[in-house]
Design a protein. Sequence first.
Length: 307
Amino acid sequence: MSLSVGIVGLPNVGKSTLFQALTKKEVNIANYPFATIDPNVGVVEVPDERLQKLAKLTNSAKVIPTIVEFVDIAGLVKGANKGEGLGNKFLANIREVAAIVHVVRCFENKDIVHVEQSVDPLRDIDTIQTELQLKDLETTEKGSAVPENQQLNKKPVVYLLNCNPSDVSQELLDKIKGLGGAVVMANLQDELDMQSLLEEERNEFGFVSRLPELITKAYEVLNLITFFTTGPDESRAWTIQKGWTAPKAAGVIHSDFEEKFIRAETIQWEKLLEAGGWSEAAAKGWIRTEGKEYVVQDGDVIEVMHG
Ligand SMILES: Nc1nc2c(ncn2[C@@H]2O[C@H](COP(=O)(O)OP(=O)(O)OP(=O)(O)O)[C@@H](O)[C@H]2O)c(=O)[nH]1
Ligand SMILES: [Mg+2]
């Protein structure tokens, strides 16, 4: 199971619209060879202003953000767990992802067909959740041991309410928040349409994209954190799982580094900016020397010392 995020929901709620809006924002796709494995899998940059600030501080020639992978999964319908509407295939797709963005239609539009003929976000959320639960139950009943990633219903969720944020009542929002996942509101059609415009034009419309918030939330529910390396050659954001020790994190930079790890010179990104540079921070005694047991923190800037 890769650390990807599956876009899930009823048919025709805006999943592919979201996928397109997200993946159009790809930069330097060539940097990531797996970007083209499958047309419905796309890598998306994780927006992070800390990285830009570090790059400016150390005058980096290159800036390499970290990414999160999104998968556009076809719509699920009632009865999917029994194979309705190719349901089993799609449920299998969900098994492969580590987290779910559940797109919920909240917009009214008579021209866009709703499979249940009416807009009812709570009912729709329940339909999808029930399908995931029933599939989990079926798996359990078959008597096979249920591996972690069969637990469809336990995957972390971000609910994406597809409409203008002002269209969602506080009552509905509270109810959805009460379901336990993170919630983001975005008008996906606008998100997609606005991408063809220049930034100045977008500003004229007063349009503020909600996609950065979605990407950040997805990253969070995956339990991922970011550490940085920075210097004149490049500033780079690296993704690790929360709780990883310094050698394991170093292994993400280069697989050899995990075994050959000696120590990590470490400082939080803000401290480094405050000092004005690595040698300035060192002169102040702000660079910490951390050993093999050190658990890397979100926002650490690290220089790995290895044999
Ligand atoms: N008015 C409006 N229409 C939208 C919005 N988002 C998507 N649509 C329209 O809804 C239709 C379905 O969108 P898709 O993104 O293809 O939906 P989907 O969830 O991928 O559908 P399936 O792949 O069939 O499950 C398209 O005609 C979109 O243009 C929105 O925010 N507002
Ligand atoms: Mg689609």
